[in-house]
Ligand binder design. Structure first.
Ligand code: ARE
Ligand code: CA
Length: 481
């Protein structure tokens, strides 16, 4: 059953939107953070290394993010679109985002701030340029010729569809041996190619990198990835990009033996619950929806592809987006990855860059959205950290768009996505009695709260009004003395 859309109500009231979105956390000097239980990943899409380093110190560390996922660092083809990063020319760590020295310094700075670094690694293919050219760092290349790395014998030529391109995702062979959008497809079954790829990844490990997001994993047999992984010089976190597709023969579950896998259904389903179905259905969100095992799933509201392709909530949805992220960060299924975007008006548009296409430093007020700094999102990271390991308890829903639950003994979230305020009711949290900061509307620091304080009584209840399209969240990490 479709429920009514209430975008207009949000605009008319202007209430939740104004409460939830425009406020961002101010960068502050880092206190040395403790790594360990911090799981939350933030994807700083297309940020340059200097800006990532700065963000680790001033925001990611202090706010409790565990990992930063950075865009591909290797030499790429030249031009302006963001997706040039996905067309490797060589494995030199030299790109529009910065030099090897800047990359190294970024890794060190993030580690000092208690934040680990995941690199988006493009290993399935090289460039998609029929005529070759000169790469960002000056390497001359051809479509099937990358001096010092690969020659024509190192690529697949599947002989299908007239141009070797993938057309049919229902054909396993084609998906793994033809070209994804004309990108020269590496023979990942060859030991030579595997050794080269592992050489690249090992170079990154030598710079201190902690893990990899393996791009286009679906386009490589899981066994090929396992073989590359076995050549790594030390253990590294791995998350594989395998987009679940209805009826496709290649399933995300094939890849769990290698590490984590992105659960693409999560963001689409979550958007549907917010937009046209019911938050009440989220009561058993996760494995019982047919998803990957939670311990191996990385989940997100949107990523750099889905935010462009539609069917998910993005920064353009403002308050609704904040609420969806609050849910994701409070709910125990999977490892949450927060998206942080540059704003764009067409799909191909590159990040803010200079005349030579060098990526500019990030400014969170011009050209960059910085969702990860939105108060709701940034503060819910600490909620996630404080509630690790605690089960969902005390679920409540009104059958529609008002839900609430606790993370046993550690935290409590209620989301009201109705068009009307919910007033005059109390919530059973099971939390220890005390005064808690409502981290949806206020920041907790040095024992004080810049927003509303919620009082949990000796029986574990609190009373509060919740505006339309708004939320209240409290946790033991933001309890007033
Ligand atoms: C660009 C141009 C192309 C041109 C090519 C070569 O757009 O027209 O032919 O360059 O010159 C990104 C961009 C692409 C870009 C590419 C290379 O999105 O536009 O091509 O970089 O610069 C499939 C894959 C999945 C992939 C998505 C996009 O399975 O792995 O397509 N996602 C990753 C990254 C992308 C990146 C690449 C891979 C390539 O996240 O950002 O591409 O490195 C169904 C299937 C999915 C399929 C999906 C879309 O849902 O189930 O598996 O995803 O359709 O086709
Ligand atoms: Ca392939």
């Amino acid at each position: 059953m479709q429920r009514r859309r209430r975008r207009s109500a949000v605009l008319a009231l202007g209430l939740a939107a104004s409460l939830l979105v425009p406020t961002s956390v101010a960068p502050s000097p880092a206190a040395a953070a403790t790594p360990g239980s911090k799981k939350v990943i933030v994807q700083l899409f297309e940020w340059n290394w200097t800006s990532v380093a700065n963000e680790c110190t001033t925001v990611l560390g202090p706010k409790g993010y565990g990992y930063v996922q950075v865009s591909p660092p290797q030499e790429h083809v030249t031009g302006n679109p963001w997706w040039l990063a996905y067309q490797p020319v060589s494995y030199r760590i030299e790109s529009r985002k910065g030099t090897r020295a800047q990359f190294q310094s970024m890794v060190n700075t993030c580690h000092t701030a208690g934040v680990k670094v995941i690199v988006d690694a493009v290993v399935n293919h090289m460039s998609g340029q029929d005529n070759g050219g000169t790469g960002w760092a000056g390497t001359t290349y051809g479509h099937y010729n990358y001096p010092g790395n690969y020659g024509s014998q190192d690529f697949h030529y599947c002989g299908r569809n007239g141009n070797n391109d993938i057309v049919n995702y229902n054909d396993r062979y084609e998906v793994q041996n033809c070209e994804l959008v004309n990108l020269a497809d590496l023979k990942t079954e060859s030991d030579y190619v595997r050794t080269k790829l592992a050489g690249y990844l090992n170079d990154l490990l030598s710079l201190g990198v902690d893990g990899f997001r393996l791009d286009a994993s679906k386009h490589m047999p899981a066994a090929d990835i396992a073989a590359i992984k076995s050549k790594l010089s030390r253990s590294a976190y791995i998350v594989q990009e395998v987009i679940w597709g209805a009826g496709e023969p290649i399933q995300p579950t094939e890849y769990t033996g290698n590490g984590d896998v992105h659960e693409f259904r999560y963001g689409k389903d979550l958007a549907r619950m917010f937009n046209s179905e019911r938050l009440a259905y989220l009561k058993n969100f996760g494995e019982s929806w047919g998803y990957l095992p939670g311990g191996q799933a990385v989940v997100f509201t949107d990523n750099h592809d889905t935010q462009r392709d539609g069917g998910v909530l993005t920064y353009r949805d403002r308050g609704e987006y904040a609420l969806a992220n609050a849910f994701m960060l409070a709910w125990p299924y999977g490892t949450p990855a927060v998206m942080s975007s540059f704003t764009y008006s067409n799909r191909d548009q590159g990040p803010p860059s200079d005349a030579g296409n060098r990526t500019l430093n990030t400014t969170c007020y011009s050209g960059w959205e910085c969702e990860h700094r939105w108060r709701v999102i940034a503060n819910m990271v600490a909620f996630n950290n404080a509630t690790q390991g605690a089960a969902v308890a005390n679920w409540y829903d009104n059958g529609w768009q008002h839900i609430a639950f606790s993370r046993a003994g550690k935290g409590y979230l209620t989301i009201n996505d109705e068009d009307f305020a919910i007033t005059g009711r109390s919530y059973y949290t099971g939390l220890p009695a005390g005064r808690y900061c409502d981290v949806i509307h206020g920041d907790f620091s040095n024992g004080s709260c810049s927003g509303p304080v919620i009082t949990v009584d000796g029986s574990g209840w609190f009373a509060a009004n919740v505006n339309a399209h708004d939320a209240v969240a409290i946790h033991v990490g933001a309890k007033l003395p």
